[in-house]
Each structure stands twice: as C-alpha cells, then as structure tokens.
Design a protein around this ligand. Structure first.
Ligand SMILES: C[S@@+](CC[C@H](N)C(=O)[O-])C[C@H]1O[C@@H](n2cnc3c(N)ncnc32)[C@H](O)[C@@H]1O
Length: 170
C-alpha cells in the first residue's frame, strides 16, 4: 500500500498519546532492565532498543517522533545506566531515513550521557527482514546482548539472552 504523506506531517493526537505511553513505559522499564542486566555481570553487555517503523524522527512543528523517545528518556532519567542503551532504527522510505539521519546527528551532538546511549546509523529497509537479521545476530552473540525489545505497530518480539525468542502480537 503506498503512503501518500509527505516526509514530515502533522502528529495526530493518538500519535502523541502513543509517545507519552512509550515514554512512561521506558522510564519505568529501562532502569529495571539495566539493573537486572548489570547483575548478570557479562562483559560488553548493553540494552538494545529496536524501532522497526521509525518514521522521519519528527513531525510538523518539530514534534519528536518515536526514535527520540528512548534517547530523551535516558538523557533525562535520574537513573545512572550501567549498560549502554543501543538504539537501532529501521525505516523503509528513503526520504524519511534521510531526515532521521539529520535529526540523529543533531541529537548526538547534544548528548549529555554519551556513555549511556549508542545511536546507530538508521537502516533503510523492511522492519521484519531487519528484525530477523538482528535476532540471528543476537543469537550468535548471546553473551554480549542480554535483553532485546523489538517494538512495532503490529508485533512485539522479546528475546532474552539471545537464546529464547517470543513473538507476540500487540
Ligand atoms: C506511523 S509512521 C512513523 C511512526 C513512528 N514510529 C513514530 O511514532 O514517530 C510509520 C512508519 O513506518 C514505515 N514503514 C511502513 N512499513 C514498513 C516496513 N515494513 N518496514 C519499515 N518501515 C515501514 C512508514 O514509511 C512510516 O514512516
């Protein structure tokens, strides 16, 4: 199905509400995941955050898009993260990936907690294909990645320790 919307468009109230829920969820859960992962005491451990339908990273009027939510949560949280949160983003439209790259570049330049956040280059591609590649990568590197959350509008994948995976419809 084609998407006639421009690169950046108006954020509907339900989109803003979704971001508020995501923010509240991450603010509560990221420190919990960080503590439990840090307790595993594995070298190079990190929390991996995946947004497979990333969009352009912002809406009209510079309203932040979902890719900015985990970054802002870590940046503003009182919790001191021991495991860096690695943000991986996938978007299928070239124009939106280009905009997203610009936004992330600006965001990276202003980061206060550089040790707590790793922002990867966004990938232009299909969410499911990239998610499958990532799961294979995690399974191959189970020691390095202790928790993986893959969020999308249709599915939530949760992979623990890169060994067991669950695919539940949201
Ligand atoms: C509602 S928009 C962006 C939502 C964004 N997560 C946010 O809340 O700010 C959904 C995005 O998913 C992208 N998209 C749709 N199908 C996709 C797919 N199979 N793989 C990757 N991106 C996809 C669209 O191009 C669109 O930019």
């Amino acid at each position: 199905m084609s998407d006639p919307k421009p690169t950046v468009y108006h954020a509907d109230p339900h989109t803003r509400a979704k971001h508020q829920i995501l923010e509240a969820y991450l603010a509560r859960w990221l420190p919990i995941l960080d503590r439990s992962t840090a307790n595993m005491n594995r070298p190079g451990q990190r929390l991996l955050y995946f947004d497979g339908f990333a969009g352009a990273g912002e809406y009209e009027g510079q309203v932040p898009g979902s890719p900015q939510v985990p970054i802002d949560v870590v940046e503003s949280h009182a919790h001191e993260f021991k495991c860096p949160v690695e943000v991986r983003l996938v978007e299928k439209r070239t124009d939106r990936v280009t905009r997203l790259r610009d936004i992330l570049k600006q965001k990276k330049a202003k980061l206060l907690k550089r040790d707590a956040i790793t922002i990867c280059e966004p990938v232009e591609g299909d969410c499911e294909e990239e998610a499958m590649k990532l799961i294979s990568e995690c399974q191959a590197r189970a020691i390095a990645w202790a928790r993986v959350l893959l969020l999308g509008p249709v599915r939530v994948f949760v992979v623990f320790d890169g060994a067991r995976s669950r695919d539940s419809r949201a």
